[in-house]
Write a protein that binds this ligand. Structure first.
Ligand SMILES: Cc1cc2nc3c(=O)[nH]c(=O)nc-3n(C[C@H](O)[C@H](O)[C@H](O)COP(=O)(O)OP(=O)(O)OC[C@H]3O[C@@H](n4cnc5c(N)ncnc54)[C@H](O)[C@@H]3O)c2cc1C
Length: 445
């Protein structure tokens, strides 16, 4: 009998399993799909043979728990660190400029970077000063262990930026692409408290917290294979093709059922997404009804990725921001990955409208936008294009969503993990790892 059963081999389930296995527990992870990784996975493109992510994932220097997870599975060298925040943007007029934050104490690295940014007019740059006060207050709250976003509750990101005097062009060039990447929701919908929380962590007194940390290999090689290897090396197991349902006896979880097989364990960590929670129960216990109903009511926000194979390199640097477009960021995987990739990945976050288009229209939009921004792409020949829709990519951060549940449930033996658990973070890898580590700590008590 394992000490702990984990349902779901996404980031949350694998990080919980690694923590537990590293502490000497016998762990069995059950994954319904044929492959592990969940919403952060990779697949082999049949035409090119390249391994392609289900969507570009970017980490930040402030993802402290994720970086600890990568160190534990000996994968910390599979990411590339930028020195501080430096991003190249091409505006809708085709003008290229770079925002580079100098290594100053917070918030002066952000303020200094924006003030020196030649992509904006002087007045637009100086409007950044309006953010310094709220950012400093949010950081003090975070340091005291309080909610850093408290003063931005109940307002949208756009309303909050306007309240603090941010110029429309600064919003378009910086805040909107940053908020879309961090929250995966349009700034007219997402609640600003979540964005302020991200900013407080990112623009902390430690400048490296704002650094972009980009996987240098596909996601399966980044963390899935190393985590599975780690769990097995400690005597645990990760089984795929194993859809699990909870077995509850006299009000307590006693194990799971996978088809006809009964697997017993004193503790089960349900590391499934909010939209998978209801499916774990034959019958929902009354004590779990509020949590399960809340999860079922939680709205989702999609991400659409277009992968393009041109016949030649078209980008100078590995990452370019395309503010004011349907696809806000483009990554040249040939430069981002250590080897073996030749495609560009264009990302559309908060992509409800794009996700509703046909594949042909999605690809045509992406090709038109990249051609408008990069002259080299106009001269190149497009060899192949694919579109990947992740309709349930992340949970909504709009005001009025149901509360997020804690790790412990009212059902003895059942713990929850997943990016949607109450971590104080948006739907990110870091939130998933924080939830996994918390569940492992609870299980070890
Ligand atoms: C396209 C895209 C881009 C993203 N970009 C970023 C980014 O740049 N930075 C960032 O930090 N985050 C990003 N995210 C978010 C990030 O991927 C997620 O927050 C994270 O992967 C969630 O992990 P999880 O383990 O909580 O859930 P999941 O990944 O959903 O894992 C849950 C697992 O449980 C399994 N499961 C469900 N039910 C059962 C069952 N009954 N039995 C067994 N198994 C079951 C599922 O198959 C799945 O594998 C992105 C997400 C997407 C989709």
């Amino acid at each position: 009998m394992p000490d702990v059963l984990v349902i779901g081999a996404g980031v949350a389930g694998l990080s919980a399993a690694v923590r537990l296995a590293g502490a000497g527990a016998r762990v069995l992870v059950l994954e319904a799909r044929p492959t592990s990784g969940g919403r952060a996975g990779a697949y082999r493109d049949p035409a090119t043979g390249e391994v392609v992510d289900n969507g570009q994932h970017v980490l930040l220097g402030c993802y402290h728990e994720t970086l600890a997870f990568l160190r534990q599975i000996d994968a910390a060298n599979r990411v590339r660190w930028q020195a501080g925040l430096a991003v190249t943007m091409i505006d809708r007029g085709g003008r290229q400029s770079t925002l580079a934050c100098p290594p100053l104490p917070s918030p002066w690295h952000l303020v200094g970077g924006v003030v020196a940014w030649d992509g904006l007019g002087l007045g637009e740059r100086l409007s950044i000063a309006g953010i310094a006060g709220p950012l400093a207050r949010a950081q003090r709250a975070l340091a005291r262990g309080e909610d850093p976003g408290a003063e931005a509750r109940g307002v949208t990101v756009r309303a909050w930026l306007e309240r603090h005097g941010q110029a429309p062009r600064l919003c378009e060039m910086l805040w909107e692409p940053l908020a879309l990447a961090a929250l995966n929701q349009p700034i007219d919908l997402a609640e600003a408290s979540h964005f302020l929380g991200v900013l407080a962590r990112m623009f902390s007194p430690e400048p490296s917290d704002a650094a972009l940390v980009v996987p240098a290999c596909p996601l399966d090689a980044l963390y899935v294979e190393p985590a599975v290897r780690f769990v097995r090396a400690q005597g645990g197991e990760v089984r795929t093709h194993a859809p699990a349902r909870l077995v509850i006896d006299k009000g307590r979880v006693t194990g799971v059922r996978v088809r006809d097989e009964h697997l017993a364990a004193p503790i089960v960590i349900a590391a499934v997404p909010w939209f998978g929670l209801r499916g774990l129960f034959d019958e929902v216990p009354a004590s779990m009804a509020a949590i399960v109903d809340g999860a079922a009511r939680r709205a989702a926000s999609p991400i659409v990725t277009v992968n393009l194979w041109f016949d030649r390199p078209v980008m100078e640097g590995p990452i370019v921001g395309l503010p004011g477009r349907a696809f806000q960021w483009v990554f040249d995987k040939a430069q981002v990955f250590a080897d073996g990739a030749r495609h560009l990945s264009l990302v559309s976050s908060g992509a409800a409208e794009v996700a509703a288009m046909t594949n042909a229209r999605i690809i045509a939009t992406a090709v038109a936008e990249i051609g408008g921004a990069l002259p080299a792409a106009r001269r190149a020949t497009l060899r192949r294009a694919t579109a990947v829709r992740e309709r349930l990519a992340t949970f909504s951060l709009a005001a009025g969503e149901p509360p997020r549940p804690p790790t412990r449930t009212p059902v003895p033996g059942l713990l929850l993990a997943g990016d949607w658990i109450e971590t104080g973070l948006p739907a990110t890898i870091e939130s998933a790892v924080v939830s996994g580590h918390r569940a492992a700590a609870e299980a070890g008590r």
